[in-house]
Ligand binder design. Structure first.
Ligand code: IMP
Ligand code: MG
Length: 188
């Protein structure tokens, strides 16, 4: 059997208990903002698959209001690449977003292109409001075609410009199940 995958991690950047504490605080902040700003008592949460799966599963369980989940699939790192190759959104139908208060979730904000593309798609459905939350935001320059108003409304942690995995984030599809977020070691 292959060695335990946690051995591939060079160092842990954010451990599971730090993640849990922060995700709970984000949930409280989002819930109270939504109620204050819109009086909304229901929400449509749109996690960007597959990276946001674990974050979304934890975050929605901290949100007390009535909510629906509508999954969207995006990919920008085909195969084992670690540099973005441009965003592809899945063509599948998106559930009813018209007039809804929408919360888009993603694992990490890097060039900003994924969130910008998802926001554009959601906006085409004329929602009542759109908010965005990401677990991680990389401290890098955004892509030149991504405007500053695409910065996420809620950010769990700012992270350095390194390729990170775990808690939903993958490399070539692997490592999503690691409970902590870590930096991959150099493979040979
Ligand atoms: P952006 O479009 O460049 O902002 O990239 C966002 C998407 O790329 C995220 O949804 C992630 O799935 C993926 N991504 C960006 N950086 C990393 C990383 O360090 N590890 C794993 N996935 C990443
Ligand atoms: Mg992703």
């Amino acid at each position: 059997m292959a060695p335990l995958q946690s051995g591939d991690i060079e160092r842990i950047l954010i451990d599971r208990s730090t993640i849990a504490t922060r995700v709970a605080a984000m949930g409280e902040e989002i819930a109270s903002d939504l109620e204050l700003a819109t009086g909304a008592d229901r929400l449509v949460v749109v996690p960007v698959m597959t990276g946001a799966l674990v974050f979304a599963a934890d975050l929605v369980r901290t949100l007390p209001m009535r909510l629906r989940l509508e999954l969207l699939e995006a990919s920008s790192y085909p195969g084992a690449s670690t540099t973005s190759q441009g965003v592809t959104l899945s063509e599948g139908p998106v559930g009813e977003l018209t007039g809804a208060h929408v919360l888009i979730l993603d694992d990490i904000f890097d060039s900003g292109r994924t969130l910008a593309a998802v926001k554009r798609l959601v906006a085409e459905h004329n929602p009542a409001s759109v908010r965005t939350a990401v677990l991680l935001r990389k401290l890098v320059e955004r892509a030149p075609d991504v405007s500053p108003d695409m910065e996420p409304d809620y950010v769990g942690f700012d992270v350095p410009n390194e390729f990170v995995v775990g808690y939903g984030l993958d490399h070539d599809g692997w490592y999503r199940n690691l409970p902590d977020i870590g930096v991959l070691g150099q493979s040979d």
